[in-house]
Design a protein. Structure first.
Length: 295
């Protein structure tokens, strides 16, 4: 079966402020292992023999004023190597009018969407946005709606506690497809926390223009935990349906604690109870449709 990896990164260390200097606390824990170049040749070596045939690059937090440089560099990598097959770039969606920045990125044929991380949590180590409701601001709504002019998706990265603000954004932009990052990042894995996540993410799942990316499995457990992969995957499919779920590796972040084949095998194991068509949806067809990948 052909597989599409709908979420991975490549990077040059010198371009990423968060990789320079002393290691500081990050949402995914200690990361000295990846404070280095991670280039396309290493990614291709990581996926060798796994069945991954196409991939989607997702922005890696270059300095914000270099947002176009990042897409230009990844585009050159794709021209040379044939990978990745689509690009999700960065634009500041909180600015007054993002149309000029969006138009700059539209010059690159592989562009398929924008990620501006807006997750906020009461735990300071898990925060990225300036507040929990940034995702629902009027400026963000107006700028995200403009993605429809380009046929681009918005990669929605929020915690379940932000579901109401995120839902307001989704409802305000019905012509935009939202890709919920890392299944809404379930971080409280107590029974109560799981139920709160399920109820909140279920409200987003009720909107037809939201799809779910099953990825980022080790972010909060900081290891490869097949039982957690199975729980997250089965819950996502129950809420969204397989036709609105897609797989992403989140490499090289997950490489901190596992190798690619082991990660993918855990996902394949989680999908065993589902039909062949459902597995194909999650592993290929949903990503192919959402990111407009050629047959």
């Amino acid at each position: 079966m052909e597989i599409v990896d709908a979420h991975h990164h490549i990077w040059r260390r010198a371009d990423l402020p968060w990789l320079l200097g002393p290691t500081v606390p990050r949402i995914f824990g200690p990361y000295d292992e990846i404070k280095r170049d991670y280039l396309i040749d290493e990614y291709l070596a990581d996926i060798d023999g796994t069945g991954v045939a196409r991939s989607v690059y997702v922005q890696a937090n270059w300095a914000p004023n270099w947002f176009a440089d990042e897409v230009a560099w990844v585009s050159r990598v794709a021209e040379r190597s044939g990978w990745p097959h689509a690009i999700v770039g960065y634009v500041d969606m909180g600015q007054e009018d993002a149309r000029g920045d969006l138009d700059r990125l539209a010059a690159y044929p592989l562009m398929r969407g924008v990620r501006h991380q807006m997750h906020w949590h009461h735990n300071p180590l898990y925060r990225f946005a300036g507040g929990p409701d940034v995702v629902g601001s009027e400026a963000v709504r107006q700028n995200v709606a403009r993605l429809a002019d380009h046929g681009w998706v918005f990669e929605l990265q929020v915690f379940s506690q932000q579901a109401d603000a995120a839902l307001a954004l989704v409802e305000a932009c019905p012509e935009v497809t939202f890709v919920l990052q890392h299944a809404g990042m379930p971080e409280d894995l107590t029974d109560e926390g799981r139920e709160e996540w399920r109820e909140a993410i279920g409200r987003l799942a009720a909107r037809p223009n939201v799809v779910c990316k099953v990825s980022g499995f080790g972010t909060f457990v900081r290891r490869l935990a097949p039982e957690h992969v199975a729980w997250t995957t089965s819950e996502a499919l129950a809420l969204f349906g397989a036709e609105r779920c897609l797989y992403g590796s989140n490499f090289p972040i997950e490489k901190i604690w596992t190798d690619y084949a082991s990660l993918l095998n855990s996902v394949l194991g989680a999908l065993e109870p589902f039909s062949e068509q459902e597995r194909d949806d999650v592993l290929r067809r949903t990503a192919q449709r959402v990111y407009r990948l050629a047959e």
